[in-house]
Ligand binder design. Sequence first.
Ligand code: HEM
Length: 125
Amino acid sequence: MRGTAFLFMITAIVFVLLGMAWGIEMSVRADFKMTPAHAHLNLIGFVIGAVFALYFVVTPQADGGLAKALYALWAVTTVLMVVGIYMAVSQQGEGLAKIASLLGVLTMLMFGWIVLKNGIGRTEA
Ligand code: HEM
């Protein structure tokens, strides 16, 4: 299966591998300042991405243009959230983290809309 579900899952795996490497790096340096950025990379990048992937597997009729738009919004939100938190924690400004937070809410609203429109589970033909 190579639809939007596959895109979500592959990207989520890339995000969590980066997040795990970052976790190991923090442990090796015994410097846990960036824990919030690591946590959001793994939670928004992997947990939410994998949940979205599984939704589109069980609800194939929801795949399409809106699903692709959700994928783009979620991927951009994850990157901006991690960079934004990194900047906020290293005292370089909170603007990006604030924008990413709003994009995060928008991502969930778009997912909610898709679920309301398509339900959960395959539609009987
Ligand atoms: C190789 C895998 C991983 C390593 C080495 C790692 C390492 C770490 C480290 C060193 C911390 C900081 C702990 C502290 O501040 O005392 C941390 C925090 C955290 N990690 Fe990971 N992590 C890994 C995978 C994950 C995954 C897969 C997730 C989520 C799906 C995750 C979510 C979190 C969260 C939520 C926190 C914050 C916990 C808190 O502040 O109480 N991590 N991790």
